[in-house]
Design a protein around this ligand. Structure first.
Ligand code: SF4
Ligand code: SF4
Length: 234
């Protein structure tokens, strides 16, 4: 479900559950970095509608109307497939199991679902489940063991112990992202040159909007305010 970053100065935010550090040439990285048009083009030519992506889909097995193989079918209808996205994507949770594990042809059904959801939202099309949510009788039998998943992802050799290191860090400054949570970005409530203490709010979410306030993690002086971060010099 995660994103790729090639930036070693990237920061950890509230939505970061874990990090997997891999060589740039690792298959997972090259697959994830492939342009979306290329993913769709490959899918259009190679998907044989075996439906493994659907049969393994955890959301489908829970009884939701998610069928990535039908979404992949949309790719065959036109040059891009974009006008005719199949609505069976809407309830996909983007776990990526279909793309990274289920598809025997290494295609990109998860990415097709992502695109379909995005395009349908932009077109104002809303999909509503019509059938009753009923757990698939094969749900338990189709659970994917983590060891198999790790093997398939070829990440076993990178598994290392990563114990917590209780070290006091004293950075010369910090950049606090305005969007490090679900919802809308927080809006800065400080000005350049202002002194702040640890825990002081530097950006807040207005009214009843979904989001979270951002607080100073070091004491110091606000150095920069941009559209995406507030920088404090310690
Ligand atoms: S598993 Fe792969 S080949 Fe089979 S239907 Fe899904 S995308 Fe197509
Ligand atoms: S990414 Fe979506 S379609 Fe694919 S397995 Fe996960 S929930 Fe199902």
């Amino acid at each position: 479900m995660g994103t790729l970053s090639f930036d070693l100065d990237d920061v950890v935010t509230k939505t970061c559950a874990g990090l997997i550090v891999l060589p740039r040439e690792h298959e997972l990285v090259t697959r994830k970095a492939r342009p979306i048009e290329e993913m769709h083009r490959i899918g259009k030519s190679a998907c044989d509608q075996c439906s493994y992506c659907t049969e393994f889909c955890p959301r489908y097995l829970l009884g939701y109307q998610v069928m990535p193989h039908k979404v992949m079918r949309s790719l065959g209808f036109s040059t891009s497939g974009a006008d005719l996205w199949n609505q069976w994507a809407e309830l996909c949770c983007a776990c990526g199991l279909c793309t990274l594990y289920a598809c025997p042809e290494d295609l990109y059904p998860k990415e097709a679902c992502d695109q379909a959801k995005h395009d349908m939202r932009a077109a104002g099309i809303k999909f509503e489940q019509t059938k009753e949510v009923e757990i698939h009788p094969m749900k338990e039998g189709r659970r994917v063991p983590l060891s198999m998943l790790r093997k398939r992802l070829k990440i076993e050799e990178y598994e290392r112990e990563a114990p917590f290191a209780d070290r006091k860090l004293q950075p010369p400054g910090v950049r606090l992202r305005l969007l490090q949570h679900t919802g809308v970005p927080a809006r800065p409530v400080v000005r350049v040159g202002q002194k702040v203490g640890v825990g002081d709010p530097v950006a807040t979410v207005e009214g009843d909007q979904l989001g979270a306030n951002v607080h100073a993690s070091v004491a110091g002086t606000v150095k920069t305010i941009s559209d995406t971060f507030v920088e404090i010099e310690a």
